[in-house]
Ligand binder design. Structure first.
Ligand code: GLC
Ligand code: CA
Length: 562
């Protein structure tokens, strides 16, 4: 029998604090706002909150650039606010998982301020410094946020590596002192009583030390750094050390954000022996589309095909079985809204398709993640001008591709942003139909999606048929039915181009689930439920048609296996 664990049985809710709830009218979400909304999350029924970073930060990348790991971002409140929120969450049976951003710090972190002072500074080797090559960058790598991954620092005439913005210098994990500092800091948070870590780009902490040029990208200017920074030579050694020195001493949920991770790599990161992490976020189902049909870089106008998504997710389901544990997600703060990307955000289909996607994901094997507002069916934004955008990734890409290289028109770039930009996920949480969607009494830091009058939590709570109540039921079902957590996954109807179907089998209980989801707005043939006796666990339709799934219909049946 598979080993049981609370983090396998839990449903996680991700909060992007800046956009969740503003309690003091400065237009920025905060910890007190989160505390006030705990009853809402308790009502939804989630077990764990993953908090995007709340540490002290100059906010070049909204908190993913940390200047003090042991202090709270001024805009979000104080450590006392944090402690109060943590305590109240625990009282309500909700655990708190922190974002751990240790591939890089802010350039305003005390370590970097020291490091850049001189070549002899004791903190010099906390970061990755290289001499210029032919008077230029040490290699051709492009940063994940456009432009070179190296920045020249005047004080010593050397370059430092930044895989993200130039205000996010990469830490040098080869230096044992850096590892000591990180592990001490993690222990400090664990002693405070937090319940786990979501580890930011953790697959990037070990770099190939020869720092070679990368293969030239489509723009012909920059090289691809990923083979030299993702899943690097010492990454598993570092994580095993972290596990021995910190993680194994506490009862934590650990999930690694693992850019570029393959299934074979994931089996190491999330191995069942528990020597590294509980699970990873893989990116295949997010990235497949960008690589094949991009305008430039990650920017695309294309929509993913169900068959592609299914092929990827099924492969992860099957190949991790018995070897590692999956995480399940369709959106987060770095992705467009799931209903707009994979479903249909037209008012006629929004609720049906959002419920269908939720069913398809939550009935799979793994730990499901819900991103704030997903439970309301919040949709992508429409960006009419670059001045609407806040995300450094968008601003840099616009600058590079539209203004500097003139490779893409402003219209096309904005259309790409409407489709895949991270700001789609970062518009304020829509709480009610009042001004600014009840998010703030002031001016929100990023515009509220104009559809908040129809799409908001207050309306959803009043409507028994809402997406919110559907998620509530999915979560409850998972808590009540071990087959949803532990059942073995088997794909069905793989020849269909429109229906995503599978079964889950828990032999020890003699139980079986049949799950079928129509990813289109036309009815589709599906005979899986014809003449089958069982209990319907959940569906987004009240009536069914034999031999058919109606537009965006999702159906889950529980039966005793023969
Ligand atoms: C991760 C975060 C993202 C951030 C980046 C750099 O991908 O999820 O929001 O910009 O790391 O820290
Ligand atoms: Ca505030």
């Amino acid at each position: 029998m598979e080993k049981r664990a609370w983090w396998k049985e839990a449903v996680i809710y991700q909060i992007y604090p800046r956009s969740f709830m503003d309690s003091n009218g400065d237009g920025v979400g905060d910890l007190e706002g989160i505390r006030q909304k705990l009853p809402y999350l308790e009502q939804l029924g989630i077990d764990v909150i993953w908090l995007s970073p709340v540490y002290q930060s100059p906010n070049d990348d909204n908190g993913y650039d940390i200047s003090d790991y042991r202090d709270i971002m001024t805009e979000f409140g104080t450590m006392a606010d944090f402690d109060r929120m943590l305590e109240e969450a625990h009282e309500r049976g909700i655990r708190i998982v922190m974002d751990l951003v240790v591939n890089h710090t802010s350039d305003e972190h005390a370590w970097f301020i020291e490091s850049r002072k001189s070549k002899e500074n004791p903190y010099r080797d906390y970061y990755i410094w290289k001499e210029p090559k032919d008077g230029k960058e040490p290699n051709n790598w492009e940063s994940s946020f456009s432009g070179p991954a190296w920045e020249l620092d005047e004080a010593t005439g050397m370059y430092y590596l930044h895989c993200f913005s130039k205000k996010q210098p990469d830490l040098n994990w080869e230096n044992p002192k850096v590892r000591d500092e990180v592990f001490d800091m993690m222990t400090w948070w664990c002693e405070k009583g937090i319940d786990g870590f979501r580890m930011d780009v953790i697959s990037m902490i070990s770099k190939v030390q020869s720092f070679p040029d990368g293969e030239l990208k489509k723009d012909g200017v920059f090289g691809d750094m990923s083979p030299y920074v993702c899943n690097g030579p010492r990454v598993h050694e570092y994580l095993q050390e972290m596990n021995r020195r910190v993680l194994s001493h506490y009862d934590l949920l650990t999930v690694g954000e693992a850019a570029g991770v393959t299934i074979d790599e994931a089996k190491k990161y999330a191995n069942t022996d528990g020597t590294e992490l509980n699970m990873v976020f893989q990116f295949e189902h997010m990235d497949a589309l960008q690589q094949s049909e991009s305008v430039v870089g990650k920017w695309t106008l294309a929509k993913p095909k169900m068959e592609t998504v299914r092929e990827i997710l099924n492969r992860w389901q099957i190949r991790l079985e018995g070897n590692a544990w999956n995480s399940l997600y369709l959106d987060n703060h770095d992705q467009p809204r799931a209903v707009s990307r994979f479903g249909n955000d037209d008012p006629q289909w929004r609720a049906l398709s959002a419920k269908m996607l939720a069913t398809c994901l939550h009935m799979m094997k793994g730990t499901p993640y819900i991103y704030q507002g997903e439970e309301l069916g919040m949709t992508n934004m429409h960006f009419t001008d670059i001045s609407d955008c806040r995300d450094i990734e968008e601003l840099n890409a616009y600058h590079q591709y539209v203004e500097e290289f003139k490779m893409v028109s402003a219209e096309t770039m904005l259309a790409c942003f409407d489709n895949v930009a991270r700001d789609n996920a970062r518009t304020p949480m829509q709480w009610d139909g009042s001004e600014n969607a009840g998010f703030t009494g002031g001016t929100p830091w990023i515009a509220v999606n104009p559809n908040y009058k129809e799409i908001n939590a207050e309306a959803a709570l009043k409507d028994p048929e809402s997406i919110f109540h559907y998620y509530q039921k999915l979560i409850r079902l998972r808590h009540e039915n071990p087959v949803i957590v532990y059942g073995i996954f088997k794909p069905l109807m793989e020849e269909s181009k429109t229906v995503y179907a599978y079964e889950r089998i828990l032999a020890e209980e003699g139980k079986k689930l049949i799950v079928a989801c129509n990813w289109t707005m036309e009815k589709q043939p599906c005979a899986l439920f014809d003449n089958v006796e069982g209990e319907e666990l959940i569906s987004n339709y009240k009536e069914h048609i034999p031999g058919m799934l109606q537009p965006y219909e999702a159906r889950v049946m529980l039966k005793f296996s023969e």
